[in-house]
Write a protein that binds this ligand. Structure first.
Ligand code: PMP
Length: 300
């Protein structure tokens, strides 16, 4: 990770190296934090944050899972994110807001622990590379939706993502594709999943997956382009029989999938619909597509 100069902590800009917490902070032990991953891109008007309000809204919704009393409003956090991007003078990169239970309480009920918020920013290029990737369905399944709040971006949920990632990387694959408790496709460790079959897009229904902001954006773009899209149960066989497959996510953006387990998807190359959506998405995030300009917040 490339360091930047400042991290916003509980309302103050702190030098990166001084942004520290106590080792007995509650979230470090039990995974009860909530966070976001946001990207900003270089546009002709300077750095611009993609879907800032939607990310902050999801962060606040996630915080409700843990009944966290946040001392800031969504608008104040939006402004703090903009300030953190601005002060660090980075043209494009990643933003990590995190709300967590801090010091002052041990035991599983977090009541009494401080609520801390940090916002960090750093330059971050492509997450999974530009070429179609090889994904593997791991043994480990996505956490049961009644065992956690799948729609919230809870730090503890990511233990499941870490285990899946470790499992498949040992087998030489790029990323995991997790099944849900019923044995159908859920999502990647940090990405939503789409397939193209006979010119139509399909993506797993909500309920057991994170409602991705990129997922929602791509569904809207696809509809605007006249491409039919359905949210449905997708089996692993459906996925392997697809003409095209791709992941969406803030970090992963749109990443083509060329192989699932030992099965090649299409001819293994990025297909025409994935290519078209990726091209439109790239224009949108860099401010070249005026139709979706409201999705960008210029940092100035
Ligand atoms: N699923 C999971 C589990 C994720 O962590 C992410 C990344 N936030 C996504 C899907 C994609 O969500 P988004 O497009 O909002 O980044």
């Amino acid at each position: 990770m490339e360091e930047t100069e400042f991290i916003w902590m509980d309302g103050k800009m702190i030098p990166w190296k001084d942004a520290k917490i106590h080792v007995l902070s509650h979230t470090l032990h039990y995974g009860g934090g909530v966070f976001e991953g946001v990207r900003f891109y270089n546009t002709s008007k300077g750095p611009a944050v993609f879907r800032l309000k939607e990310h902050t809204k999801r962060l606040f919704n996630s915080s409700k899972s843990f009944q966290m009393k946040v001392d800031f409003t969504e608008e104040e956090i939006n402004n703090a994110i903009i300030e953190t991007v601005k002060i660090n003078k980075v043209e494009s990169g990643y933003i990590r807001p995190l709300i967590f239970f801090g010091y002052g309480k041990m035991g599983l009920n977090p009541a009494g622990a401080d609520i801390n918020i940090v916002i960090a920013v750093w330059p971050w290029g492509s997450y999974l590379g530009e070429k179609p990737i090889k994904v593997k369905i791991p043994e480990i399944i996505r956490v049961h939706p009644e065992s956690t709040h799948s729609h919230s971006k809870i730090t503890g949920n990511y233990a499941n993502s870490i285990l899946a990632s470790l499992e498949i990387k040992d087998a030489g694959y790029d990323e995991a594709l997790l099944l849900d408790y019923k044995g159908d496709i859920a999502e990647g460790p940090g990405e939503n999943f789409f397939i193209v079959k006979d010119g139509k897009l399909q993506t797993p229904i909500l309920g057991n997956i994170l409602p991705g902001i990129t997922r929602e954006s791509i569904m809207q773009v696809a509809r605007d382009e006249g491409c039919e899209i359905v949210e449905k149960v997708i089996t692993s066989q459906d996925a392997k029989d697809a003409d095209e497959a791709f992941f969406t996510g803030t970090a992963a953006e749109i990443t083509a999938i060329g192989q699932i387990d030992d099965v090649s998807i299409g001819d293994g190359k990025m297909g025409p619909i994935t290519t078209k959506l990726k091209t439109i998405y790239t224009d949108i995030i860099t401010g070249k597509n005026i139709k979706y300009i409201d999705w960008l917040t210029v940092v100035n």
